[in-house]
Design a protein around this ligand. Sequence first.
Ligand SMILES: [Zn+2]
Length: 330
Amino acid sequence: MTIEYFAEYLPRLKTTSIQINIPKEDIKTFKINNDSIILNSKILIKLPKIIDCFKIKETISKIGNNETNIRIQNLNNLEILIKDSSEFFLQDQYQWNIKNFQKDKFDYNEIKCNKCKKKLIELNEIKIFLPMPSELWYEMLDFWHCNKPNINNENDKNIGLLKKFNQLKPNFKNIIIGSYYFLINPEDWVDNILIDDSSSKELKCLNCNEIIGEFDENIGNFKILKWKLNLDNEEFKSYSFITLKIIEEMNFTGNRIFNLINEINGKIDKKFQIWCFGLGINIKLNKIGFLNNCLKIMYKESNDKIKNDILIEYDKPFKDFLNLIIMINK
Ligand SMILES: [Zn+2]
């Protein structure tokens, strides 16, 4: 029989929970060994989080005919939980965040198109990297635009106000770093990135014509999607595009239940209902190894009416995300 297990560290409960396909009565011995546990002196299970404290509480319980759950709680673990909010996560807990572009010590040199690998942006040319202030602010711009001030002449006092609306348009050779995208000024890198004529909203790599992002008409910036890019031969995991959209939605709506909809050319291709639980969870699966800083969700294919839709207009990240969660839950 192949031993299959799933181990997760739940930071808020300071508990490691392991589910294994061995009946409870067959577990004769149990030993905790720092980063793993050993069952019956021979079955080694690697843990997603080191258990290094002496005061621990463990529970072994039956959860089916052939499955057992083992819970190990660190009773005197004084670790302070700061990683448990979506707001904290969105500061710098994602791939290619502001910390990777600190002054004079960039972790990367160039941004390339991931399809044709042609250089799009030379990072040495960037004057300032800025973190995205908050997605909420960005979304709110749509509402604010109802009262957007008019400018009648150059000395109009509304000019200052209008500038505030445009703060999300990066200055020349500045980049604003969002969780799943970069914002750039449309007048930079015109030799490499252009607006597609037919739709006038999609951005394309001039070399291979691949769609790499979209033009934001409201603010006038270029939003290029990280999963379409390549930084020094490193790819951005396309399923992260979906995960980060969900976390941003959690952050600025306060909701935890969403319809995740894959909409291709205005038609719904697939629809899932998802419930979001904890963030910052580490897991270990014998099939795929360690995954850190995860978002725990429940999901089902459904047509139930929920108000909160997350629309995904790209096929690949949606499919990759779906394949990943199916593989994890197999
Ligand atoms: Zn290209």
